[in-house]
Design a protein around this ligand. Sequence first.
Ligand SMILES: [Zn+2]
Length: 285
Amino acid sequence: MLKDFFFKQKRFATIPSEHAKKDIPEGRVKKCDRCGTITFVKELEKNLYVCPNCDYHFALSAPERIKMIMDQGHFFEYDSDLISSDPLKFEGYTEKLKSDMEKSNLNEAVVTGEGTIGGFPVVIGVMDTRFRMGSMGSVVGEKITRAIEKAIVKRYPFIMFSASGGARMQEGIFSLMQMAKTSAAIAKLHRERILFISVFTNPTTGGVSASFASLGDINIAEPGALIGFAGPRVIEQVIRQKLPEGFQTSEFLLDHGQLDMIVHRKDLKETLSQLLNLHMVKGRI
Ligand SMILES: [Zn+2]
């Protein structure tokens, strides 16, 4: 019909029906937490999970991070069979662990192991917030400590990618002890003069920020990461003062001397390779 030629453009806005909404399968698109832009997951993947509109760095799973950082994604994992017990018989903890294992396909909130970055051998630890918010219980502390000990034996640099809500409340004092244990292991690494690079990603808070994560010879953060011990509301209540703007972000901490550099995700691997290269001593790191 002739009239069809003139009304090709829709004259009215269409409101998608419930049925239409279901046409986009869940998981195909992702909404940016900061600016609300909706992006196809495939496009985000290509952009290293950085929002193309506002540069927000989405949280990465441990396997995604390893794929991105290690040469050809090659990685030899340590202690993947360690799983948490329930030392305090905390109500619902066992079920929560089980459901996080199924959801994340991981046994705990940290993956440790070795591989190469830019050809340089390293031991790394990568936390994953999908598992109990990346909180540090006995197994997380133990895996990180064992990884540091491996780094000492092999004399490989240690790189830790932190992402954590802090200590794991369901393990109480056992969780808090991990702060001392991991810090002592890092102290030993320092005494052995082995390089430790700490990479803060969003978010690194609580007992993790207050232990090994802040003890790097070089402390790096991704842009806009939340880094701190207690939440801003708690601090405001305690000190009864308004906190400055941007408090507890990577940028604020860099300005105040707590970080050495902020590195965009697209430059992270190259920066780590350069740092490893700089710390080579007579053909060895
Ligand atoms: Zn955004």
